[in-house]
Design a protein around this ligand. Structure first.
Ligand code: ATP
Ligand code: MG
Length: 582
């Protein structure tokens, strides 16, 4: 590609509404343009990057035995009704009607379409295992589209679905895909980490997210400083503390204390001069629209709603309204506590499920609301003064916690961007969508499924979040729009032009992805643009250096090397071989 002919509309200034480095630099470098909130155009330079990511993903999916399909972006309501998700998916699913009033949605994911396809056309044990995938546009009407390509509404995803005869085969293949994802992110040259993720009702360790490490990431990774444990904070387990089974009650019995107008743990602990770890927070939820759930967590801990959902096996969970809360405990918001709560709830005709975090079940001399206005209660002991229907891991992990896996190390946090997710689905979709096969004896079984997503367009932005400096982007070699750009610094000098053309052609001839900056622009502009675009190597050719037979070769993040014209190829190849953006 000759830059004099290329459509690469770079910008000198930062766009005013770009909220992250990747958004800013991809706009400035002429990779993308914004059309509407969360909706982007891919310009030629951006397409080159996207296609490189896409082909690495495709090669690895094929290597893992996958077969590529192309599924529709417009999907009929009926398929989504069969799985129950037409109602459940919520407003991220963009729905509309055609001229005949038939209802459709834009593909937010494709479990329904793919499972139905397989249910209709793969009915024998001979067809299994089967992995089908697509690399296609998804639309999700995200509540807050932001950070450019990182959280768009229209984005490119690779979604794969596997179908198996039994659990064991699905679990075997889960490991194949996990390995395949590692290969993809290794080949992309990204600094990433696979982490345990929430697997909802499936349980077990069959959900991993792949995180590109970046300080700007929306996700928090909890990892052990001494073993290999790493998990999404949503999922990060906490070890039960102390001797949960038999806390030792203090001799003192519970006693009310007036706390007029004070209800937050901070305020009450300051007023009573008691540490926050002695407090019990009482939090009210409604599960499945009808089951009152009361959660007890320690005053210095935060409830993790993802864990609560898993404990309840419910994805329909909301905080209670003020009125519901006050009816259940008989006190204004802020003054609830576990003692006598079950009895009070029962009296007002509502059976509440009380779930305590492990750390609360270890409290022997605690403080909580007294279920009456302006009062707290002291000296509460779990087992003696209050109980729970269940004791579970409910709290958010904290930096410094003991590692839940090895017990020896400490938990630390890192930020990351989720770029991929592997997930064992079980029969969640094969059941409602009737994906069954006949075994050798002619007996019918449900297929066991897995689903595997990669945010192809998100990867492009994540790579930039991870690799940028003041001058612009630093692409990993495998994703760079061009590996080398030959800069013709004196296009009016025929000798330079001829030599630059020669180097450019020879690079291409050797299979190197090269471009030629032959524009009628100053050397400074050419240097700046190549840096902004994140090109790993530039070969700089101007009248002065060429007069002494030399070419200057500069890695994006390194020093200029002067080499004789005849050694240009060798030098480019060796620098490229060793190129790392960081
Ligand atoms: P998130 O928690 O970030 O919303 P998700 O759990 O909704 O992600 P999946 O449904 O597992 O994501 O989708 C598979 C992959 O698609 C994700 O790992 C991510 O890389 C990508 N992805 C999801 N939502 C978006 C989006 N709004 N914009 C760009 N990529 C996305
Ligand atoms: Mg999402």
């Amino acid at each position: 590609m000759r830059f004099s002919r290329a459509f690469i509309p770079t910008m000198r200034e930062d766009p005013s509404d770009a909220d992250t480095a990747s958004n800013r630099l991809l706009l400035r470098g002429g990779f993308i343009r914004k059309v509407a909130s969360g909706i982007y155009e891919w310009l030629p330079l951006g397409v080159r990057v996207l296609k490189k990511v896409e082909s690495i993903v495709r090669e690895e999916m094929n290597a893992a035995g996958g077969q590529e399909t192309i599924l529709p972006v417009v999907q009929p309501k009926e398929l989504w009704e069969e799985s129950g998700r037409w109602v459940k998916y919520g407003r991220e699913l963009l729905r509309f009607k055609d001229r005949k009033e038939a209802e459709f949605c834009l593909s937010a994911t494709a479990e329904e379409v793919m499972t139905t396809l397989v249910a209709h056309h793969a009915r024998s044990w001979r067809s299994l295992p089967l992995m089908l995938y697509q690399i296609g546009i998804k639309f999700r009407d995200e509540i807050r589209p932001r950070f450019g390509l990182l959280r768009g509404r229209e984005f490119l995803m690779k979604d794969a679905y596997s179908f198996h005869a039994d659990e064991a085969d699905a679990e075997r293949y889960y490991e194949v895909m996990r390995f395949s994802y590692c290969r993809i992110f290794d080949r992309l040259g990204l600094n990433y980490r696979p982490v345990e993720a929430d697997s909802g009702a499936i349980g077990g360790s069959f959900s991993h997210e792949f995180m590109v490490l970046a300080e700007t990431g929306e996700d928090v990774i909890a990892y052990c400083d001494s073993c290999a444990y790493a998990a999404n904070l949503e999922r990060a387990e906490c070890r039960p503390i102390n001797d949960v089974q038999s806390p030792k009650p203090k001799a003192q019995s519970p006693e009310d204390v007036a706390t007029p107008g004070k209800y937050s743990v901070d305020d009450v602990s300051a007023m009573l001069d008691l540490p926050k770890e002695r407090f019990i927070k009482t939090l009210f939820y409604m599960a499945d629209g009808k089951i009152p759930v009361v959660c007890l967590v320690r005053g210095d801990h935060e409830l993790n709603e993802v864990k609560l959902r898993r404990v309840l096996g419910s994805d329909q969970l909301r905080k209670m309204e003020k009125g519901e809360y006050e009816r259940l405990c008989g006190a204004p918001v802020g003054f609830a506590g576990p003692q006598g709560l079950a009895a009070h709830a029962k009296a007002v005709d509502s059976m509440a499920l009380i779930i305590a975090d492990h750390a609360v079940a270890a409290i022997a001399d605690g403080v909580s609301g007294a279920n009456k206005k302006d009062f707290h209660i002291l000296h509460l002991s779990y087992g003696r003064d209050f109980n729970a229907d269940r004791v579970a891991d409910l709290r958010q992990a904290l930096a410094g916690d003991a590692c839940p896996r090895c017990g020896k190390g400490k938990i630390e946090f890192l930020r990351g961007i989720e770029v991929g997710h592997v997930f064992k689905l079980g029969t969640k979709y094969s059941e409602p969508l009737k994906a069954q096969y006949l075994d050798r004896q002619g007996k019918s079984h449900l297929m066991v499924m897995g689903t595997y997503g990669i945010g192809v367009s998100r990867i492009v932005a994540a790579a930039v979040e991870q690799n940028n400096d003041k001058q612009g982007i630093l692409w990993p070699k495998s994703m760079a729009p061009y590996e080398v750009v030959v800069l013709n610094l004196d296009p009016e000098d025929d000798q330079v032009t001829e030599a630059a053309e020669g180097v450019y052609q020879e690079l291409k001839g050797r299979g190197i992805d090269a471009a030629l900056d032959d524009r009628d622009e100053s050397a400074g502009v050419k240097f700046k643009d190549a840096d902004l675009m994140g090109i790993p190597l530039t070969a700089r050719m101007g009248s002065r250096s060429l007069a002494s037979g030399q070419v200057e070769i500069k890695p994006r993040n390194g020093q200029v090397a002067k080499v004789p014209l005849g050694e240009t190829m060798g030098k480019v190849c060796s620098l490229l071989d060793n190129y790392k953006p960081q």
